[in-house]
Structure formats: C-alpha cells, structure tokens
Design a protein around this ligand. Structure first.
Ligand code: MG
Length: 404
C-alpha cells in the first residue's frame, strides 16, 4: 500500500542526499536502504549485548538495548503512519537511536563522561552515534562509514536534544538553529513511552517493584488495574498486569497521535494563503477520517522554522507519564538493588580508561594507529574503543588487564 504522506512529511525524493553520491537502487528507496544499512551494521548487532536497565544477572528475557530499540521502532511506525509521516525514515531513526550507547546502560555513559571530563572532553551518545555511522562502520570499498542520507544523520543528532551552534561548530551542516522534522521529533517521545512501560514490566518481573507499590504510586496504573480486575477477576496477577500495561501504552500512544496533530493544526492555523486537498485525520472513527476540503498547506520548512517541537503528549497525559517516570527513578533506577551494576560500570570503565591512557600500546593496533596520528586526542580514541564494547567484551578486557 502506498502511504498517504502529510504535506509536511519528509519526502524521500527531496532528500538532501548522501555525502558520496550513489546510484539509485532499483526497488528500495534511500531511507529503506539506510534502514537496511543500520540493521546490517556491527554497532547494531552489538546492541544485543548491551544493558538497557537490567543485566543478564536478572533474566535472559528482560529488555536489552536491541529489544528496546525494536520496541521503539514498532511504536514509532504505528504513530508515524497515523500522522502521515515518512514511516521508512521513522523506522531508520528508531533503529539507530541508541546505537551510540556504551556498555552498562546509563551508568556506563556516566562513567565514560566522567573519565573524559578529567581530560577536558566529554561523551555524548548522539555525537558518538554520528561517529559510528560516519566513520567507524567499514563495509564499503568506496568510502568510510555507512554513507547515510542527510535526514538520517540529522535525526541522529537532533532527535532528543538541541545543540548550540556556537558550542558545536562541527555540526553546522545540520542546521542547529532549526527544529528537526517531525519524523525525528517523534523518536524521543516514543522512546520515553516505550521504556516507561517496559521498565514497569521488567521491574515487576524482577520483584524489584511490587504490585501494591505500583498501584499506590502510579495513578494511571491504579485506574486501569481497577478496570482489568473487574473484567478478568480470575486471571493470574501477571496477566492482569499485562492487560494494564497494554492499556497504558495504548492510551499514551493514542494521546501522542491526537495531541501532535492538534499542536500542528494550532501552530499553523493562521497559514491560510493556499489550500491543499488534505488527508485523512488520525484515528479509526468515520468522523475522525473526515478529509478537510480546504486546509492550509503546511510544509516541512514550516515545521523546521517553528520555534518549538510539535510532537508531544497533552498536558494531562504528560503529567501521568512524568509521574510514572519519577516513580521508576525513585524505586528502580536509583534503587539499592541495582547498585552492584552501577559500581561495576564505574569501576570497569574508569580503570580500563586509565589503563589505556597510560599504556596505549595495549590498545588494538588500529586504535594505536589512531592514537599516534594525533588528529584526535588520545582520550577520544580510548573513549571510542570503550563506547563500542558490549557488556560481555568489556568484562573480558577487565579480567585480562585489571583482574587478580
Ligand atoms: Mg532509547
């Protein structure tokens, strides 16, 4: 089925293209090819062995970075299709959004950043992701990196935060004074919905979060739990729990779709100089599919020039989501139960970082070469090496160099 695109969606035919021009593929468009390049990259495969929140110490079936990424891709595709956004671009951006994460989840990122700051530098996973796709992935004889389209590289940088042009002159080509397309804005919102619900699930299964505790502290959960208990009074608790989670996710996703559409409409309601044929409105009811006979044409340039990002939840549902996230921070992410992982991350990352700074001859030869050319500070070369590692590999390195 050919997707009906909103007039402000990114159109692949209007892509600003690749750094190194390549002939068109006979049956895949440029964003589909970029998606496939991401999936076939080493960095993508390594996500399987990188921690999201829980290490393998808890269970083999909790989320890791790869399965979290796939959940973000699934939810993002659903939302993008409803909003008339470019689903191929959205899927690519979702699949690549966590590719720059180091081992050990957020603790690993923090530890690496602290180590870098001791050398006057810093670590940022979006910037690292750009380095991966631009330079470290080597699959093609004609160029380094994956040679992704501009829109994918821009989305990697801009999906979750704004970068000040004065502080990041090397990113000037990504129009830092402009908002990213809605396809990129969507990834950050979906990421939050995906992990807020998934971490409740894994936290409950890990017995770190109790059912009563969640009901008492997460009002949206309590409301749906009362409904589910009435519907399925004899169902096992875990199945009731699942029924609640799917209702929460469905509510948040539905709200994100409708609120984003209405924010777009409100933002540009005075733009009435010309009319477009319009497109079906999001939702399933006959009424919601009414096609506007004559609605103002909003363009991608309008989205980029708008002072604010337009993808977001309504204030009421945003408050619900923020409450849930705060609950997770207090009772899961910052809980003493996960301290051993945090301590490990800090110890392993900082000791290996210091070792390779002092003894660069212990780095693999390709990194030794990079460290020698002095085009980059040694700390950056060591950081790149560590950031690319899986949890498994960094533990092996730790045993080898810092073990008893
Ligand atoms: Mg993520």
């Amino acid at each position: 089925m050919i997707q009906s695109l909103a007039p402000y969606a990114v159109q692949v035919e209007h892509s600003r293209g690749r750094r190194y021009p390549e002939p068109q593929h006979p049956y895949r468009n440029d964003f589909q090819r970029d998606r496939d390049r991401v999936i076939h990259s080493r960095a993508f495969r390594r996500l399987e062995a990188k921690t999201q929140v829980f290490t393998g110490r808890y269970s083999d079936h909790f989320r890791n970075r790869l399965t979290h990424t796939l959940e973000v891709a699934q939810i993002s595709r659903t939302i993008a299709a409803q909003l008339g956004l470019n689903v191929d671009l959205v899927e690519t951006l979702a699949l690549v959004h966590d590719i720059g994460h180091p081992p050990f989840g957020h603790s690993g990122e923090k530890a690496l950043d602290i180590a870098m700051r001791r050398h006057g530098l810093s670590f940022d996973h979006n910037l690292h992701a750009l380095r991966i796709v631009e330079d470290f992935e080597q699959r093609y004889a004609a160029f380094r990196g994956l040679n992704l389209t501009f829109e994918v590289r821009e989305g990697i940088i801009k999906h979750s935060r704004d970068y000040d042009a004065a502080d990041f002159p090397e990113l000037a080509e990504y129009c830092l004074d402009k908002r990213p397309p809605l396809e990129a804005q969507l990834i950050d919102a979906t990421d939050e919905l995906a992990y807020n619900t998934a971490d409740l699930d894994d936290g409950y299964e890990a017995h770190l979060l109790g059912l009563e505790q969640i009901i008492e502290n997460v009002p949206v959960f309590a409301r749906f739990f009362a409904e589910v208990e009435k519907l399925y009074p004899a169902a096992p608790k875990k199945l009731q729990f699942n029924e609640v989670l799917r209702r929460i996710l469905d509510r948040w996703v539905g709200d994100l779709i409708h609120n984003t559409q209405s924010q777009i409409d409100i933002a540009f309601n005075n733009k009435d100089d010309k009319c477009s044929p319009g497109r079906p409105r999001p939702g399933n009811s006959a009424e919601s599919h009414t096609v506007d006979a004559c609605r103002p044409e909003i363009t991608l340039a309008d989205i980029r020039a708008h002072p604010k990002r337009l993808v977001g939840l309504s204030p009421q549902v945003e408050a619900e989501r923020a409450e849930t996230k705060e609950f997770l921070y207090r009772n899961l992410y910052y809980s003493a139960a996960l301290d051993p992982e945090k301590d490990d991350a800090e110890r392993v990352v900082s000791q290996l970082f210091d070792l390779w700074m002092k003894r660069p001859e212990k780095l693999p030869s390709s990194y030794q070469e990079k460290a020698k050319t002095e085009s980059e500070p040694r700390a950056r070369v060591v950081c790149d090496y560590i950031a690319g590692m899986t949890d498994t590999y960094i533990y092996e390195q730790y045993e080898k160099y810092c073990g008893p």
